[in-house]
Design a protein around this ligand. Structure first.
Ligand code: AMP
Length: 353
């Protein structure tokens, strides 16, 4: 009897330790954010383009960019300003290629119009080395942050998140020139706070690719080998550079994200660094997905994940098939098209059913 009590106490302490570790990581992230904000050359609340955008708080910093919460004095709304700075040490060729890349991203992103895709309003030039994309602001952090804070989501919450992501992918796939996002991961899924818990929008089309036609057989040559985040990329992207890819790249990423939301860890190379994944060919060996015994997960959810994580693209579900899968069928389309009126059924309602 005493043994069982000790075992339970051990489990409770382990859970508490895990929670504290998660809190510690979030504190470290916040300290870094404040340091970056203090160091930023934009931290004097600089106003860009005819005093239109007032920069308020730094949301995050990447390699060559900073994202600020800002206020748009023309349209009286909060926006996110992603400021890109070309490194002054770079040669002309590298600078030109970076700018060309950003313009391509803008050209694709600006045409996208879907409730689960962050809207891009405009791209402004600040000086010859700096430009800024003005984006729709999402006030609920990103899914990566949420998972670091809470560990995982329930199956019902996962269904809501994944249903909306698949809706956005279906929209991208149904365009005349379909778009492959190519960098779907929790950090690129933004959350909107408010009455609709788990309303999500995908962002960051920096690595996205546009296909020529919507012909299902069509696929494009892989030109960004080595780009993207390896945990979320499918095996074909690690193969020969001449390999053809399709919108099924994003389907694999959906499977990884869905697994991570439910089980709190990634299915392949979870504890490995990016370099180790590459050196050891982890994803190239990812032929079978294993499901941990805990938490208990429905067969439908596991089937959904399996359909996404098929090694061969020809065996993997396409976006349309995915949107009709029983796991998300009831969420897909129906929720995102609801008007946001207090009387309408909310996602929270759906969680309760
Ligand atoms: P990134 O450099 O794109 O990884 O973004 C840096 C930080 O800014 C992350 O914490 C994102 O969640 C946040 N962020 C990016 N875009 C937006 C947006 N449109 N609205 C709110 N936060 C954003």
């Amino acid at each position: 009897m005493k043994f069982y009590v000790l075992e339970r106490e051990d489990a409770e302490i382990a859970a508490e330790r895990e929670k504290l570790e998660r809190e510690r990581q979030l504190h470290i992230r916040e300290i870094k954010r404040v340091q970056h904000e203090d160091d930023s050359i934009f931290n004097k609340h600089t106003i860009q383009k005819n005093d239109r955008y007032v920069l308020l708080t730094l949301l995050g910093k990447g390699g060559f960019s900073e994202v600020w919460r800002a206020y748009d004095l023309d349209s009286y709304r909060t926006v996110a300003c992603k400021i890109h700075r070309v490194n002054k040490q770079w040669g002309d060729h590298k600078k030109a290629s970076y700018v060309k890349h950003a313009i391509r991203e803008k050209d694709i992103h600006k045409t996208l119009e879907h409730p689960n895709i962050v809207k891009m309003y405009e791209l402004l030039t600040i000086d010859q080395d700096t430009f800024c994309t003005v984006l729709e602001y999402c006030d609920g952090n990103d899914l990566d942050h949420y998972l670091k804070q809470h560990g995982c989501l329930t199956e019902k919450e996962t269904r809501l998140v994944i249903g909306q992501v698949v809706d956005a992918l279906r929209y991208l796939g149904e365009r005349q020139s379909p778009v492959i996002h190519y960098d779907l991961k929790p950090a690129n899924i933004l959350l909107q706070s408010g009455c609709r818990k788990f309303e999500v929008k995908i962002t960051d089309f920096g690595l996205s690719k546009q296909m020529e036609t919507s012909d299902d057989c069509d696929s494009i040559e892989l030109t960004s080998q080595g780009a993207g985040t390896y945990w979320y990329l499918p095996p074909e992207t690690f193969k020969d550079i001449s390999v053809k890819i399709s919108t099924k790249v994003d389907v694999w990423s959906v499977g990884v994200i869905c697994y991570q939301c439910i089980y709190g860890k990634r299915p392949f190379g979870h504890d490995q660094t990016q370099q180790r994944i590459l050196n050891e060919g982890t994803i190239l060996k990812a032929t079978v997905v294993n499901f941990p015994p805990k938490p208990t997960v429905s067969q439908i959810a596991q089937d959904f994940i399996r359909k996404c994580l098929q090694y061969e693209p020809s065996n993997r579900a396409d976006v349309l098939e995915l949107s009709r899968h029983d796991f998300i069928k009831s969420v897909s389309r129906r929720i995102v098209q609801q008007p946001a009126s207090p009387s309408s059924r909310t996602m929270r309602d759906d969680l309760d059913h």
